[in-house]
Design a protein around this ligand. Sequence first.
Ligand code: T6T
Length: 331
Amino acid sequence: MQLSKTLITAGVLASAASLVAACGSGQIGDSGSGGSSNPANSKKLALVPGVQAEPFYISMQCAAQEEAKKLGYDLTTQAPQSFDAAMQTTIVNALGANPPAALLVTPTDDQALRAPIEQVKNRGAKIIEVDTALKDTSVAVSSISSDNAEGGKLAAQTMAKLVGDKPGSVLVLDTIAGTSTSNARAKGFTDELKNHPNLKSAGIQFTQNEPDQAAGKVTAALASTPDLVGVFATNLNTGEGAATGLRNSGRIGQVDLVGFDASPSEVDGLRKGEYQALIAQDPASIGTQGVDQAVAAIEGKTVTRHLTAQLHSITKDDLDQNSQYFYKQKC
Ligand code: T6T
């Protein structure tokens, strides 16, 4: 099928473009040497991802651990039970009492986590954002993420190709307001949709990153929007919920589902025809680059302010040749 090839190329080009942008115009700065106010922690890195036991963050953590070991550092991970700002704040606050040399963190809210992260920074830790980021760009020395707006755009182009000339409405399922990544994906998607006049936006719905809520929103949209032709799920949980909603309504395959991420259950869903396409991120590269930047900051070497990881569009037809992008369940 022509679609998959075109999309991979588009994805690679988009990612290459953003990498060039990151390297070409990104602020490069010397972070200065130093680290934790506790000298015993000079080789200690802490990783606080968005949520525990979730394939995107497991893949990121495995690669970060490996890179830290390679560079002679010790990385420990503490993840909140849910993708929740209050739970994550408790973990980050505790790190302030015994600061690591660097904190790699996925802020679950782009504003609420600013003060907790800043107090760890004030105790000497270098701050590296991995995946999501704070609105305040002065806190971290480096941020590594996918180009999420570009990913949303790629998802809309994918949807347009899948739907073809048919007129209809498309629903976007976002996670939580304040999640920088999924919010940027939803915006990138909605902006690009305007370039496809046969497709109308059926709006952006927040799901609190709960699959049940995503399933309910899809069921409701099927009832209220008879011309619904597509759903864009901005992450793993929204995708899993959307697939459930379509399955329960007997509409699998009639409404195109484009998901973000490539968890085992999403890949399985793509194989079974529940999803028509997935936009896979490269969480391992985010973890590796995050550790590299943390170590550079600790050792007083040059640090790059913004780095991006590649995105890959995958359809059923090219599923097996893209298995290197599937997320891990364990290291
Ligand atoms: O999509 C990823 C991550 O990029 C996002 O910030 C939150 O959701 C995921 O972890 C997938 O569940």
